[in-house]
Design a protein around this ligand. Structure first.
Ligand SMILES: [Zn+2]
Length: 110
């Protein structure tokens, strides 16, 4: 059951878990609202984790001396791009190509 796994994943973290949210809305007896909140919360958790991973990758590239170099074409990443998006690991051209290739494989729907 995907829903059970979701519940487990959330209750296993320090973030507001399913039980927490479900308990708070139990007065309303609105289980579907609890489910909705869990979905939103899970999306937020996923974003946070990806952000942390991106920062970790950026720190590793700084340590290796490859920070600011496009991982796809090896050219320096545009300065304006790094200022707007410090964890960028591709130049604008390669990022567009990458996102085009991966556009349909991200953000699974629950
Ligand atoms: Zn590039």
């Amino acid at each position: 059951m995907l829903r059970d796994e979701t519940r487990q994943a959330l209750t296993g973290t320090d973030n507001e878990g399913y039980a927490d949210i479900a308990g708070r809305v139990s007065d309303l007896e609105d289980q579907s609202l609890a489910d909705l909140l869990v979905d939103v919360n899970l999306a937020q958790v996923t974003r946070d984790v990806e952000e942390i991973r991106a920062v970790e990758r950026a720190l590793r590239r700084i340590a290796l001396g490859t920070y600011g170099v496009c991982v796809s074409c090896g050219q320096p990443i545009e300065r304006e791009r790094l200022e707007a998006y410090a964890t960028a690991n591709r130049c604008a051209v390669c990022q567009r190509a990458y996102e085009h290739d991966h556009a349909t494989t991200r953000t699974p729907r629950l």
